[in-house]
Design a protein around this ligand. Structure first.
Ligand SMILES: CC(C)(COP(=O)(O)OP(=O)(O)OC[C@H]1O[C@@H](n2cnc3c(N)ncnc32)[C@H](O)[C@@H]1OP(=O)(O)O)[C@@H](O)C(=O)NCCC(=O)NCCS
Length: 153
């Protein structure tokens, strides 16, 4: 039984690369390469990543890139055994809290079939604004483009 009080959320650093990569490769059919994650985590001054740790092990993370006043969410992932207990929502809320003050809206793309993620984003104030047809190379699936209103969340 996981005690949610024992889960720690904090800004990720370059040292978290290996743990983040394990979560990434476990959670996505087309994972980012380790190099792409490394560039974001260790070099990109406009990227912000947050990790969830349980007993010192990274069990989830999310990341975004800041473009002007917009936070572009690149990835949110939680290891399967830890899903459904609020970690995805807590990761995103932590990232919003740590984002620079001038970021006042957020956007992302999500597979139209990914109802768990769409529900998570909707719960946090995101809404669908359009479709990118055949966005995902592995299945040709469409992406739903979601945004938040300014200052929400
Ligand atoms: C999407 C994901 C990050 C959600 O993480 P999580 O920790 O399980 O989410 P939470 O427990 O914080 O759930 C928050 C809300 O999301 C929605 N949700 C989460 N899992 C769901 C599921 N299996 N079915 C439907 N809705 C779900 C619910 O609205 C939930 O709120 P509720 O508990 O009040 O009903 C997780 O399923 C995951 O890692 N999936 C694989 C990677 C992925 O698809 N990432 C998104 C890419 S865009």
């Amino acid at each position: 039984m996981i005690n949610v009080m024992d889960i720690e959320y904090r800004k990720a650093t370059c040292e978290d690369l290996d743990g983040i990569y394990i979560v990434e490769t476990n959670c996505f059919s087309i994972p980012w390469s380790k190099l792409s994650l490394e560039i974001d985590l260790c070099q990109n001054k406009k990227a912000l990543y947050v990790v969830a740790l349980y007993n010192g092990r990274i069990i989830g993370f999310c990341g975004m890139r800041v473009i002007l006043n917009e936070g572009h969410i690149m990835n949110v992932a939680v290891l399967e055994n830890y899903r459904g207990i609020g970690i995805g929502a807590a990761l995103l809320k932590t990232m919003f809290a740590l984002a620079p003050g001038y970021v006042d809206q957020y956007t992302l793309e999500v597979r139209v079939s990914n109802s768990a993620a769409i529900n998570l984003y909707t719960k946090l104030g995101f809404f669908g604004v359009g479709i990118r047809p055949k966005y995902y190379a592995d299945t040709g699936e469409d992406a739903l483009i979601m945004w938040t209103n300014k200052n929400t969340p």
